[in-house]
Design a protein around this ligand. Structure first.
Ligand code: FAD
Length: 295
């Protein structure tokens, strides 16, 4: 039996040639074998079968920080589903599955009159991807509220404390590529439900006013360089509206590369290089992509 037949026999939901255009907010990327385990048992079975076949799967969140190659992803791709999307309350803590969207976590917090994660409303990723990236916005980041992460390693499940998570700007212990985030505890404070909702609505309105949310993208293309902001540096070089194929430096926010229609991974990479070179020549600052490039 080949790997696909074994996965099917184990009852793991899969799609053999899933276009990554459908699984990334950029709408870019060729096909991959997509597995969507619904429980810890299915995930562990999928990991075992893939590893026995010599394949190390790529863990996909909601694809909101990814630029996937036009030829697709050669490894099996795992996207957590089912049980992994659950969010439950224990006092002032939300226990969240890694597959839950950050937006759903923020909504659950508001519904339970819990404050402290309003800043996350509008980040289109999953909790697992957010932990991996230490996602943050408007002065908040997951580092401030995550008190515990449960993760799967080749030798079993481990519970990590904040000290072990090694959070820093857009970085966590998972950035090294080891460990699958299964879920996390998010500790919040009791708050006034109207004030929580008003803050979330205000931050969403600020996003809509300043970011090109009407076009596909992967959010901020570059990390914030020390001492600068990427957007103004890029805008200052006259690059707003600059295009390669279907990829464009947003004319609304120069920190975003957007897909104005039919952009390929190659288009985006060529535009990223052009921006890096222009900004470096003008300011001596080398912009580092925040977007993860997956081949
Ligand atoms: P993906 O993009 O799918 O994956 C990112 C990385 O996380 C990959 O390496 C992947 O392997 C890894 N990963 C995903 N899930 C797991 C898991 N369970 N276990 C281990 N590794 C995992 N980001 C911000 O920080 N702040 C913002 O304000 C912000 N605004 C955005 C606005 C827009 C319009 C867009 C499109 C993006 C924005 N982003 C922002 C970027 C993005 O949403 C975040 O980086 C988010 O945390 C990525 O989560 P994801 O689930 O989409 O992960």
């Amino acid at each position: 039996m080949n790997l696909i037949e074994q996965l099917q026999k184990a009852g793991i939901p899969l799609a053999e040639q899933e276009p990554m255009t459908r699984r990334t907010t950029f709408g870019i990327g060729g096909p991959a074998l997509l597995l969507r385990p619904r429980s810890r048992a299915e995930l562990q079975a999928a990991m075992t079968l893939c590893r026995e076949a010599g394949e190390e799967p790529f863990i996909l969140g909601r694809g909101s920080n990814l630029l996937v190659s036009d030829s697709g992803i050669s490894r099996p791709v795992i996207q957590l589903d089912g049980d992994f999307t659950a969010i439950t309350r224990e006092g002032n803590t939300l226990r969240c599955g890694a597959g839950a969207s950050l937006i759903a976590v923020c909504r659950a917090a508001a519904e339970n009159s819990l404050s402290g994660i309003e800043w996350g409303y509008g980040i289109p990723g999953s909790l697992g991807g957010g932990v991996y990236m230490n996602a943050g916005a408007y002065g908040g980041e997951l580092k401030d509220v995550v008190t515990e992460v449960t993760a799967l390693y080749p030798d079993g499940v481990k519970v990590l404390t904040p000290a072990e998570l090694d959070f820093s700007y857009r970085h966590s212990v998972f950035s090294a590529g080891e460990g699958i985030v299964l879920g996390a505890k998010v500790k919040l404070e009791s708050g006034d439900p109207d004030a929580i909702k008003a803050k979330m609505d205000d931050l969403m309105a600020r996003r809509k006013a300043s970011q090109p949310l009407e076009l596909p993208s992967a959010g901020s293309t570059f990390k914030r360089p020390t001492g600068y902001y990427a957007g103004p540096l890029i805008e200052g070089c006259g690059l707003k509206g600059c295009r390669v194929g279907g990829a464009e430096v947003s004319s609304k926010h120069a920190g975003f590369v957007v897909n104005v229609g039919g952009a390929t991974c190659a288009d985006v990479l060529a535009l990223i290089e052009k921006v890096q070179k222009t900004v470096y020549d003008a300011h001596g600052v080398m912009l580092e992509p925040e977007v993860k490039i997956i081949r």
